[in-house]
Structures are given as C-alpha cells and as structure tokens.
Design a protein around this ligand. Sequence first.
Ligand SMILES: *Cc1c(COP(=O)(O)O)cnc(C)c1O
Length: 633
Amino acid sequence: LRMALQTREQHIKRERATSNICTATALMASMVGFYCVYNGAEGLRRSAKTAHTAAVTVAKALEAMDYKLAAKNFFDTLEVEAEAAVVQSLALERGINFFYPSEDRVRFSFDDVTTPEEVNEVIAIFAEAKGKKAKAVKLSEEITIPAAILRQSEFLTERVFNTYRCESDLMRYIKRLELRDISLANSMISLGSCTMKLNAAALMQPLSLAGFQNMHPFAPADQTEGYRELIDGLAADLATITGFAACSLMPNSGAAGEYTGLMVIRAYHQSRGQGYRNIVLIPSSAHGTNPASAAMAGMKIVTVGCDANGNIDVEDLKAKAQEHSSELACMMITYPSTHGVFESRIREIVDAVHDAGGQVYMDGANMNAQVGLTNPGYIGADVCHLNLHKTFAMPHGGGGPGVGPICVAEHLRKFLPSHSIVPTGGDEGITAVASAPWGSAMLFPITYGYIKMLGGEGLKAATEMAIVNANYMSSALKSEYRTYYSGETGRVGHEMILDLTHFKKDYNIDCGDIAHRLMDYGFHAPTLSFPVHETLMVEPTESEPKAEMDRFIATLIQIKRECEEAAASGEADNVVVNAPHTAAEICGEWSHPYTREKAAFPLEFIRESKFFPYVSKIDNGYGDRNLVCRCTE
Ligand SMILES: *Cc1c(COP(=O)(O)O)cnc(C)c1O
C-alpha cells in the first residue's frame, strides 16, 4: 500500500511532488500490523472493550458523586468538570498523571492494559476531592456507545490475521519475513546520500529501558528532569557540531526539518516586514525533498544549473539571485554537493545569496562528510537540518522513525518551533511541526551515546574514515567504473557517483539490471539513478571494514565482466538481465545458456553465506502505474 501511495523518495518529482515524505514511519506501521496479526479482530474487540468498560465504570461512579462529564457519549476518554489543582495534588500523591486542559477540567483515558485497581484509584481521587471516601466498585460490563455507531461488519478476515496466535508461531512468521530482506546484518548497504552506518549495540541498548521507553511526551517537567538533561545536552552538542547557536529537536525526519527550516526563514522575513520574500533557489542536483518541502512551505522555486563537474553554476546562481533579489527568501544547498563533491566556491555562493537579501538553508544530510572538519555555521549558512538517522547512528532501514533536528544561527533562534502544551522553542516560535514537543525523543539516547562515546576526536576520525573509505573505493574501481564527478583535487567527499551511462550502448544492459544482479552476490544496490540517470551512488561510510569494501569492489568488477561477456556473445538470455535468481529458479527447470552455479555463486566468498532473493525481477514501471491487489487469502 505504501508503495502504491507513491510517497517514497524514489517517486518524488521535485516541485510537483504531493508530499515530502522520505523517511517514513514504516517501522511503526509494521508494529501496528503485527499487533493486528497477533491479536486479530477478537483481540482488538477485547482491548477496546477493556478500555471502554473502564471508562463507563468511572463515568458512572463520578456521576453518582455529582461530577459533570463534558460528553454523554465516549469511547475511552473522559473529561470531567473539577478543580484541576485539587485533583492534581491528590493524583500526584498516588503517582497518577491526568491531563488538565484548563483550571476546571480534568481529562484522562483508559486502554487495554487498564486494571480494576487503577479504575478504583481514579474513582478514589475524585471522591477525596469532594472530601468523601469511595467504595470499591466492580468493572461494568456495559457498552454505552450508541447502537447506531457500533460496528456490525466483519473486519481483519484475511488469513494472516487469523493464523498466528502463539508466540512461537508469530516469532517464526516475523523471522520468515525478515529473512527475505538484505539488511546491514547481511552486508554493507552503500546507499549514497542515505548514510547506512552501523547502529552500534551499545547505542541501541538504552531504548529498551523503561525509563526512556515509557515516558509520555506531555509528562510534567518536574518528572522528566533526566530526559530534559538529555535533550538539552544533545541540542547543545548538535549546535556545536553545526557551528550554530540553537537547535530544535522537534522535526521527525530530514524532510520535516527542511520544512521547519523554511518556515523559520519565512518567520524571519515576516518579522522584518519582508514577508513577500518567497522565492527559493534550488540547484538541479538537489535531493527531491528540497523542492517538495519548498512547495509545501508555499514558496516559489527557481532552479539553478550545475556545470560539467557537478558543481553549482556560480554565474547562473549569481544572475538568478540578483534577478530575484527583491523576492528572494533563501537558497537550499547540499554540502558536500549531492554529486559527492566539496564545492570550493561554497563561500562565494553563500555571499551571493546573502547579498541578494536571502537566507542560506543547508541540507545537512551529507553532514557525515563535515562533522569535526567543517560546519554549516563556519561556511556561512543560516540554518541546516541534520538526519540523526543518517549521520548520527540511528537506524533507518525500513523507513525510520527519523529525527531531523534543525540548527540555526543566533538571528533565527527566536523563531524555532513552539508547542501548545509543553513550553519549548523560541519566543516568537513558529507553530509546532510535530505533535510531541521533542519529536521522537525516545530515540535520543542513540545519538547522545554516539556523540559522547566518540567524543570530539572520535567524531572527527569517523568523518575522515568515511572520506578515506569513499576515496579508496573510487580509486579501486577507477579502471572499470568512472567516478562521474570529483573535485579539483581529483577526489570525492564521502560518496561517489559511478558512471554507467554507457552500459546501455556498450552492453545493452542498464543500471537497474546491475542493481538486480547485485542481489545474487548478496548486496543491496547503491542509490540508483540519483541525482544523475544511469548511475550508482555509493557511500561506504566509516563503518565498513576494508574486507567488506573489497568484496563489494570485486563484485562490481565481476558484474562488469559479465556485461562484457554478454555483449561479446550477443546473448540476450544472460546472467545479468535475468537477475536476481531465486532458489526456486536455481533448483527448477533450467534452459539458460549459463550455469546455475554462475547464476547463484559467481564469486567464491558467496559460498560462505548465500542470500537468495525471494522474488525475481518485476516490472517496476508497470507496478508503479497499476495497483494490483493480491490480498485474496
Ligand atoms: C535523506 C535526505 C533528505 C531527507 O531526509 P529524510 O529524513 O529521509 O526525510 C534530504 N536531503 C538529502 C540530501 C538526503 O539524503
């Protein structure tokens, strides 16, 4: 469904995009899915009934004590007219937090793990508030939801929601699905721009601690001092790393950070009586989320060209900045560029935008090439977002959850996003960009641990190693794959674009075929055809040991040999275009002119741990355009 909705990065069509989703909340969606798989319709009904009957029981008890409820009909949530301060102090004594929307209102909800003891505690608190003592009550069995809106139809009738009812079964089902995926646990994932680095076990461990896991985002400040220390410390470290004055941890993804940064820039212009500034300059090489975010922020996009070396065409930029100087809001720029190159004229670019009255937004997704060596503040930008789920070691395979904080220079601090319930952000902060004041705060221990365990020197060493690794791969592949762009020094940043544009002409094979063939070797494809068509963008990161990079290099070279062989033989039925080869295919009837061994074990190292793709090649373009439903079981 997610693919069908066409919201993934690969489908983002610059300013024509209808969404700037890149990092999605697919992990949470999967968790919800498995919850339904395990519980089925009867389990969901049971949960709903537990929550509702708890609410009914409390509602009846409160009405019997002459409390007034805000609504006659409810599911799991009650709002009661009562003196908030009195109820709050009694509730705190019992270790319970309610929500207090105003001085004379108390609101709370129940869920599937509410116990009869908790129900009686709640009733006791409201009794005490009236100077009474509550009698213990039994849970009501009654459903008070009006019959007219009670669901009558069946749901979750598919087999998958009615099969896995014991933990062993569910565990094996999840494992079976997991085994169909190539993950970082199998081999390096060199997705350029996505920075798939190690998510170290020591960083992930705190996530399962109840103190981090069970905190409500609106919990009172005096109950969350530890979290606050973590949040403030992390924000301060990120500001230092980016060379900026302040940081907001609220945005839930890089793309959300872009949107937030642009809204902050807009608020800044408005505060100076220049709210009419709404043009944003974006290089043609930009990540698709940049123009998509700009369009969502209501800005007009002017595209700036790139030269033959992949650098921003500085003359074109200067001309366009001048031409639009009366309405220029900002420029969005990625550094090192999306072409993987440290642009030497970056300062000139920044100055040209400032001279025209614009702000400079730096897309920090490539921060893995900057940390400890340089930073957006030093370069002269005004705001940048970071992808904690790229540069700062949070996992993002499967699509997040992400954390896309923005860091800003002093003059933008006061516009950082605010929150209607929990005070945060600047004095003139823009409205919240997420429902929780610090976004996905539960994930912060990962990045906090990463920064504190590595320290300044370690972070810098990581950046250096990321750049060294990329240059090692680029030069090792040089004789077979040209690196599309390199800087004046002939070197790349932390990633490289491998040129496959001639493969179609020379071998009648395209880069999509290469991506599929990589699966037969046990590798996930690098970033495909972005930002240049018919290329692979490879980013090894600092996490990969030389031996793994060497396996990947040997693989790419071997695939090139296979392409040459295919072209020399003129054989359309060849091992590259037929890839990937599934186990069923390898064991089944075989009519190809090459051997099964060549298909499945083209290099020796694969014998040690063979990954069999579960499905063979599908027609991506057709799949994108035609929604085919297979949920018939
Ligand atoms: C990943 C990325 C983004 C978007 O970040 P998400 O968290 O995936 O939304 C933006 N720009 C660049 C260059 C990126 O690589």
